[in-house]
Ligand binder design. Structure first.
Ligand code: GBH
Length: 456
């Protein structure tokens, strides 16, 4: 394997709603995922995050496992409804205290906290005021960010505003597959814009402490046309706009994508854009996190709704179901590690001012084998690490890699069916059992660390 640079952070990732459970504990308010989980048919098997891994009560045991794993860093998210049960105003000290204990226990073991402020769990009270469709939610987010930063900024230096604003906005308000389950055009594009405004406002509000670093995490993967026909190439470009460029152009180039107005003509009047937004959104960052799972294959297709006025934002005249003949994971995601190299190198080429990069999520699901001997997961991770190494060799400033996920957890609309963990969780007994991949990753991290110290 390629050598990773000195100071490279090896980590694992989770998110609050996917592992914590304890949705009524210590004054936590409801989130949009609690509400969405109560809608019949919204989540497979009727699963909810009510208990999940019960991490809220088992945190010390989980941090001890992280210690055994020997990672340098742990990426987790803070649940806004634990800190501000109604999304604004009153702060719940017991919610903040939980994250304060988590941070202390990580630091005791020499594990660096990478904190994400928002991994999809909006306080339900804010959704009732319009949620991310409303610009006001961005102001509320900046207030919440300040509260968390004031409480933990003495010990946490890596601050991520959002995890995958594409999913929060387009999957939540456009496709309706995630909370809050809306299927809108303008509303979902407004949500995407307001998430970026919220990002800029929050970074500006938190900035000022020496040594603190601020970033955002984006899902990124190549949008590859299924043929070289003009129509398929144009379809892949629309897909790339929807998933990536509507975020990366404002964030890293301070401009709106040139094909945005045309692609969404009649869907939105762009009234959510205000003077000064671009300057705010493009506030300089210290890092960007990339979540990579699989390459997207895109073909041209007719719009499902011929009328732009009633069309959702995901209805951009594409078909993403024509997959190549390559191995798939249990979620049917094609395994194409080269797509990770292409993503990292491509971003760097497109945005000369791109900040340093972390791979903040990468992982997969396969059916469990006897003895939790998940050789297929090990192979997936090994191949993707090699692909990340290729990007380093090509000059990408990659600073770290986080496996998704540390524990099996609530996989959103799929419920508990799909297991991403290095650690198996028995949802009846809540017993944690490290899989073979846990031991493999522990050895890899130890080996990499030994290499770096030997080279010094
Ligand atoms: C991440 O989302 C999440 O951050 C994490 O919480 C989750 O558990 C993990 O991945 C595993 O799913 O097929 O056109 O919708 C990744 C979500 C899934 C978003 C794939 C982009 C591809 C585009 N991504 N999706 S499309």
């Amino acid at each position: 394997m390629t050598d990773f640079p000195q100071g490279f952070r090896w980590g694992v990732a989770t998110s609050a709603y996917q592992i914590e459970g304890a949705v009524d504990a210590d004054g936590r308010g409801p989130s949009i995922w609690d509400a969405f989980g109560a809608v019949p048919g919204a989540v497979a098997g009727g699963d909810t995050g009510a208990v999940a891994c019960d991490h809220y009560h088992r945190m010390p045991e989980d941090v001890a496992l992280l210690g055994e794993l020997g990672v340098d860093a742990y990426r987790f998210s803070v649940a806004w409804p634990r800190v501000q049960p109604t999304g604004s105003g009153r702060v719940e000290p017991r919610g903040l205290a939980f994250y304060s204990r988590l941070v202390d226990q990580l630091l005791e073991r020499g594990i660096e906290p990478f904190l994400t402020l928002y991994h999809w769990d909006l306080p339900q009270a804010l959704e009732e005021l319009g949620g991310w469709r409303s610009r006001d939610t961005a102001l509320r987010f900046a207030e919440y960010a300040t509260v968390v930063h004031d409480a933990l900024g003495d010990r946490v230096s890596k601050w991520t505003t959002f995890n995958e604003p594409y999913v929060s906005s387009i999957v939540g308000y456009g496709e309706g597959r995630h909370a809050p389950g809306a299927r809108e055009g303008h509303g979902s594009l407004a949500a995407a814009h307001h998430l970026m405004v919220a990002h800029g406002l929050a970074v500006e509000a938190m900035r000022g402490t020496p040594g603190h670093q601020f970033g955002i995490v984006l899902n990124q993967s190549p949008s590859t046309p299924v043929t070289s026909s003009e129509a398929d190439v144009a379809a892949a470009r629309r897909h790339d706009l929807l998933l990536r460029r509507q975020f990366t152009e404002p964030l890293f180039a301070g401009r709106y994508p040139e094909d945005y107005a045309e692609t969404f003509a009649g869907v939105t009047d762009l009234s959510f854009r205000k003077d000064g937004d671009l300057a705010l959104i493009s506030t300089p960052l210290d890092y960007v996190g990339i979540n990579y799972y699989y390459r997207q294959h895109v073909a041209d297709a007719p719009h499902r709704d011929p009328d732009p006025a009633t069309r959702t934002s995901i209805d951009i005249g594409i078909d993403t179901t024509r997959l190549p003949d390559v191995p798939r994971t249990a979620m049917n995601w094609p395994v194409e590690p080269a797509g990770l190299t292409e993503t990292l190198v491509g971003l760097k080429e497109r945005y000369p001012d791109l900040p340093p990069v972390y791979v903040t999520e990468n992982g997969c699901v396969y059916p469990d084998r006897p003895g939790f001997d998940d050789q297929d997961r090990i192979e997936y991770l090994r191949a993707h690490l090699a692909a990340a190494g290729d990007a380093v060799a090509a000059g990408v400033d990659l600073r770290g890699y986080f496996v998704w996920s540390f524990l099996d957890n609530f996989e959103w609309a799929h419920g508990y069916k799909h297991r991403f963990g290095l650690v198996h969780v028995d949802y009846e007994t809540l017993v944690r059992t490290p899989r073979a991949s846990f031991h493999w990753y522990r050895d890899l991290v130890a080996e990499q660390r030994a290499k770096v110290s030997a080279a010094r």
